[in-house]
Write a protein that binds this ligand. Structure first.
Ligand SMILES: Cc1cc2nc3c(=O)[nH]c(=O)nc-3n(C[C@H](O)[C@H](O)[C@H](O)COP(=O)(O)O)c2cc1C
Length: 209
């Protein structure tokens, strides 16, 4: 597989044509998200997979009327934990013990490190750290979508508070962070279709020491 070729093919698609992404391709993108790295392995977010046209119509004005919201096949919403809590740490440790076997010194160390962080870090700082983990998963999703030849548009251009309200995310202890419409480019109407990528010169981007 030529990964660079896939990454050159992808772009932040501005118009989509409504064509449906198959369950198989969608699952492969979701699997990649699930396998993505996260700090401590917490995966402190929920990804909502929104196919409902009705719901996407309601989200449209909240996302600055960006047409991909209703033209896509599935809209992914990455919503991060609003805070780190003892309960969440306990659940994470329990899952680790379930998968890897009995408690060890290292699981106990992680547990107390995280509980200490939960208690002593301001909520907003904790949230910012947790939200950053969603960005890593977004990056992985973008690569997976490109490999599957599915178009995708990473989006911060929406009103998180309004989306949280629409989906009652506060009750779930979540805050919306990123949107990712998945679908297929509308070759006739997307002004970006054949535009070359703009990237900083490699000698500015990379420093070899
Ligand atoms: C975190 C993030 C937020 C973005 N938000 C939006 C957005 O709201 N709407 C949009 O059309 N593109 C959005 N973009 C797309 C970027 O403008 C695009 O990735 C960048 O210009 C590089 O181009 P390329 O992805 O087509 O290679 C976002 C990208 C990232 C990574």
């Amino acid at each position: 597989m030529d990964l660079a070729k896939h990454l050159s093919w992808r772009y932040a698609t501005k118009r989509m044509n409504g064509k449906k992404v198959s369950r198989e391709k969608l699952d492969s993108i979701l699997d990649a998200i699930s396998l993505s790295a996260s700090s401590v392995g917490l995966q402190p977010f929920t990804v909502f997979v929104i196919e409902s046209e009705e719901l996407r119509k309601q989200i449209l004005p909240i996302a600055n009327n960006q047409p991909q919201i209703t033209e896509c096949s599935h809209l992914l919403l990455f919503a991060a934990w609003d805070n780190l809590t003892e309960k969440r740490v306990d659940e994470f440790i329990a899952r680790m013990v379930e998968v890897r076997g009995g408690e060890t010194e290292s699981t106990q160390r992680w547990s107390s490190y995280l509980k200490d962080k939960a208690k002593n870090t301001p909520v907003e700082a904790n949230f910012n750290w947790l939200a950053r983990q969603a960005y890593i998963a977004l990056g992985t999703a973008l690569v997976a979508a490109a490999v599957e030849q599915v178009d995708a548009t990473p989006m911060e251009g929406f009103n998180p508070a309004a989306l949280d309200e629409l989906l009652h995310l506060k009750d779930k202890g979540l805050r919306s962070v990123l949107l990712l419409p998945l679908g297929y480019r509308d070759e006739n109407n997307d002004f970006l279709v054949n535009k070359p990528k703009v990237r900083r010169e490699k000698d500015k981007l990379f420093v070899e020491l």
